[in-house]
Write a protein that binds this ligand. Structure first.
Ligand code: MG
Ligand code: ZN
Length: 195
């Protein structure tokens, strides 16, 4: 199963992947394709978890496309994975316009970005199957109403699964991991776990 993970820069995509890989250890075998304009910093962070990671550098392009992913796939042993994440370039706009061959798109919005974002960037909310509202540990310090994010996002996409999480405190990550495991098992009832 392949998930295209999208958000603006700094919302917590790589942090979410680090935590997700830890929580799925021994349950699902996870690999990551890291998309960034420049640097191998995020792929190195993922490799420290023990999961295979391939870095794509777009050299300036503000989103991934399927040709970039096709090239990166040559460097991954897909037969040894149950779940592949593609971390898109940090950008709340055009990544939502491109299919990477994923099964699902998922997005992160951090509370520090504000509850107006579904109104301003509706396409990503429309295209995503899951919305993770991250950094909820920062709510006391932000003028952000997460209920308003949920209401506005559901107006755009009534089928959206919405989870409130904090990668920092770990809150809500069990629900996210359950969501992932359900999706993987629905697609492949007998994954070769840990194989
Ligand atoms: Mg990142
Ligand atoms: Zn772009």
């Amino acid at each position: 199963m392949v998930i295209n993970l999208m958000s603006s820069p700094g919302a917590g995509k790589t942090s979410l992947l680090e935590k997700t890989i830890q929580l799925l250890q021994g349950k699902l075998r996870v690999g990551v394709i890291e998309g960034d304009i420049q640097s191998t910093y995020d792929a190195e962070r993922i490799e420290k978890t023990g999961a295979p990671a391939v870095q794509i550098n777009t050299g300036g392009a503000c989103h991934l496309d399927s040709n970039m992913v096709k090239t990166a796939l040559k460097n991954l042993d897909l037969s040894s994975l149950d779940l592949l994440f593609i971390e898109n370039v940090g950008n709340l706009v055009c990544p939502a316009e491109f299919s990477l061959g994923e099964d699902f798109k998922a997005m992160i919005l951090s509370v520090a970005e504000g509850d107006d974002k579904p109104l301003k960037y509706p396409l990503m909310f429309h295209e995503s199957s899951a919305l993770l509202i991250n950094k909820i540990d920062l709510l006391p310090f932000c003028d952000c109403n997460p209920a308003l994010i949920e209401e506005r996002a559901l107006q755009i996409n009534p089928r959206l699964s919405i989870l409130r999480i904090s990668c920092r405190s770990g809150e809500g990550l069990d629900s996210w991991v359950n969501w992932l495991e359900q999706k993987v098992r629905r697609q492949n009832p007998h994954p070769n776990l840990g194989g």
